[in-house]
Design a protein around this ligand. Structure first.
Ligand SMILES: [Cu+2]
Length: 301
């Protein structure tokens, strides 16, 4: 037993060292560590029932991809080590084929795509399977460069794009807040008076495009059932023009008592009550260019 390591042992040690270094590097940075825990999603405990399904799909896809990657990397390393060139080697025949292997590596990826696709469709069906009787309905307007949230008195009205609403509206320099009721299903009807925007509450792991030209029940819509009281952030996730970056909003999920109190508060203020939903365009409190007042708050000019 000497101190000299064999070549093989040295190589094994080097591999272990490199591997451990990568793990340590990752663990040192809290942001990276968070990303690992979230599987690179904005959150690992989405605030809605629907978000949980989406997160499980995402996690399952990562696990399947990592297993596939692990097997592939192992085969690459095994083949490059096992069939490495030796001094007495001739270059092997370059035109050999192996029919069973070729059939396998054609069929295996097709199977994988089929499985990924099937799970994606299953989760999509579950997430977009809306109850005919949601508890609350909000007509969401995304427009250059902010958001208006119309809380409809009735969901039939919301579907038609009419009826009395309580509303809050943001501007290019004022970030509006969307309030949701915990444990209740809220349906969003999405309107845009100008270009395509996309409505994304990051912590819910769900987004949907807002398409101009759609009205009434032809509009894009989806429902969420928040299951945790808390604050979330929302943003436009479709590059919609120069001030796209200002299209932020806050989301507050409240329990029913706080939610009712908030709505009662809105109902008292004539500035938050309207006989018809504010669907943008002529009603808009935001503008395609920003006013002088708006630009004073700083920005990107
Ligand atoms: Cu936008």
């Amino acid at each position: 037993m000497g101190l000299h390591m064999t070549r093989r042992a040295r190589r094994t040690a080097l591999g272990a060292f490199v591997g451990a270094s990568f793990l340590l590097l990752g663990a040192c940075d809290p942001e990276t560590e968070k990303q690992f825990h979230h599987w690179a999603m904005p959150s690992n405990s989405p605030g809605t029932v629907q978000g949980q399904d989406i997160f499980e799909l995402w996690k399952g896809a990562w696990i399947a991809a990592l297993i596939t990657g692990g097997i592939t990397w192992a085969l690459i390393f095994y083949a490059s080590w096992r069939f490495r060139r030796r001094s007495d080697d001739e270059i092997p025949v370059q035109t050999r084929y192996n029919l069973p292997l070729e059939i396998f590596y054609t069929i295996a990826p097709i199977m994988m795509v089929v499985v990924f696709f099937a799970h994606t469709v299953r989760v999509q069906e579950a997430v977009l399977n809306e109850t005919p009787k949601p508890d609350n309905c909000v007509q969401v307007v995304g427009q250059q460069w902010s958001w208006t949230f119309n809380y409809s008195e009735s969901c039939d009205d919301a579907q038609a794009g009419t009826g009395k609403v309580l509303y809050t509206a943001g501007t290019g320099s004022h970030i509006p807040t969307l309030v949701l009721e915990k444990g209740k299903t809220t349906q969003f009807w999405l309107s845009s008076p100008d270009v395509i925007h996309s409505f994304w509450i990051t912590g819910f792991l769900m987004k949907m495009d807002i398409i101009p030209g759609q009205s009434g029940e032809d509009r894009n819509h989806f429902s969420v059932t928040p299951n945790k009281v808390g604050d979330y952030r929302g943003k436009c996730t479709e590059l919609c023009g120069v001030y796209h970056s200002r299209m932020l909003f806050n989301v507050k999920v409240m329990d029913s008592a706080d939610y009712d109190a908030y709505m009662a508060q809105l109902a008292k203020d004539p500035e938050h009550v309207a006989d018809a939903p504010l669907l943008g365009g002529e009603h808009s409190t935001t503008t395609a260019g920003l006013t002088a007042g708006d630009t004073e708050t700083g920005g990107n000019e």
